[in-house]
Each structure stands twice: as C-alpha cells, then as structure tokens.
Design a protein around this ligand. Sequence first.
Ligand code: HEC
Length: 243
Amino acid sequence: MIRTICVVLLWVYSSLSCAAGAGGPALLDANINLSNKVSLQRGARLFVNYCLSCHSAEYMRYSRMAADLELSEDAVKSNMMFTTEKIGETMRVAMAPEDAAKWMGAIPPDLSVIARAKGADYIFSFLNGFYSDSSRSTGVNNVYYPGTAMPHILWELQGEQELASESDDEHGGHGPALHPVSAGTMSVSEYQNATRDLVAFMVYVGEPAKLVRYRIGFWVITFLLILLLATYLLKREYWKDVH
Ligand code: HEC
C-alpha cells in the first residue's frame, strides 16, 4: 500500500516538474490588477500608440472600450482613434497582412484573445524579454520567443538589454538574465509598470465581460449581505416569544 502511494506521488511529482520545465524559461509574474481603471486606461493608450499600427483587436469596439474604461467618447475619438472616425468601429489596423508578411516575414496576429491564448504572464515576459542580437534583421531577439519576427517596439521606453553570459547568470537557472546596456526614457520599474498596464489591457480586451462581472459581483454580494441581515433580524423576531 505504502509502496503504491510512493509510486503515485513520485509519478505526480515527476510529471509536474516535467511540465514546468517543458515550456522554456520561467515566466515573469505579470501581477495585473483588472479593477484598476487607471492602469487599464494607460494600457489602452500604450496599445493604440505602439501596437495598433501592426496588430488589430478585431473584437474590440472603441465605444465599448470608452464605456468600460470610463473614458469619454470625445477623448477616445480625438486621442486614441487613428484608423477610423467611427466610435462604433472595431480596432482595425491600417496595414495589409500581405505587406506585413513581406516586411517582417510574419503576420502580426490579432491581439483580441492573445491573453487568453498565451496567458498574461507570457505576454508580460515577452514584452520584457527583448535583447540585442545583431544576427537578427530586427536587431533583437527574445528570451521567451526565440527568433521572433516582432521588433522591439518599446525599445525607446525600455532602452537596450543584453543577454548575460552563462557565467554571470545569478538567477541560478530561473530563466536567463538580461542586463540593461543603455537606458530608455523610462526607468526599469516604470517600464515594468507600463508593460503591466498593457498586459492588463490585453486581458480586458480578451474578456471585456470580466469587468461587468466584477461590477455585478459586487452588487450581488452586497445584496446577499443585506438579505442575510434582514433574515437574521426576522429570525430573531420570530423566535422572540418561543424562548
Ligand atoms: C512593427 C509591427 C509590430 C508592432 C508595432 C507590434 N508588433 Fe507584436 N508582433 C509583430 C509580428 C510580426 C509578430 C509575429 C511574430 C512572430 O510570430 O515571430 C508579433 C507578435 C506579437 C505577439 C505574439 C507573440 C507570440 O508568442 O506569438 C504579441 C503578444 C505581441 N506581438 C504583442 C505586441 C504588443 C503588446 C505591441 C505593442 C506594444 C506590439 N506587439 C507591437 C509585429 C509588431
């Protein structure tokens, strides 16, 4: 019996450690906060300014985003819409996919559900994982997606990073270490916060109903608490004469 348990435990343990090791370097923790509207607004602004030139978010309408993120439609129209005039439009991209394939060798995927497909931590890691690599036509490579065709769009904000050689990898196997070589317009923590906002926005775009659920959830719980109080008072009232 004990032997069987040991074998099962060993099997579970080994399959878990295989699963952890199979997906490449350990991901960074995105640690997003979906209830932080300001973070989502900053993420939306970064997205339209830096990503929408190549990536669409075909399932997302500007009007819906304005309502969910508590932005005025006028503000969205004048500051965030570059490919259309209509607030009811979805987030399309101006570039034709064939051109993208010709210029970059890969078509930038639609990012509507990328966070659901790949996970928030992966996108956060990907955006923080670019490092200089002169052998690549884009001049960069990525720890989490080796050989990616995507250039490091946010390099001006982050600055340049370099892959540490094996010997000075202090992380002890927890993913490769990247060292800043030149500073960007943001500090390290500012860049991490900016990419965190961006990932939060991607997660929201992947499932806009989540925000509605949070809102409704709050009122449902409040209602239940009030109901609980009322029920308790009623119970006290009924049992008053029994004791
Ligand atoms: C110059 C065009 C361009 C811009 C701008 C751009 N990307 Fe990309 N992106 C690409 C291309 C091309 C790919 C496909 C890469 C590949 O498969 O090698 C890609 C892929 C991706 C992927 C998928 C990676 C994967 O593992 O499949 C994510 C996530 C992504 N981009 C996020 C972003 C975000 C966020 C921004 C804005 C900060 C952005 N991209 C801006 C060109 C761009």
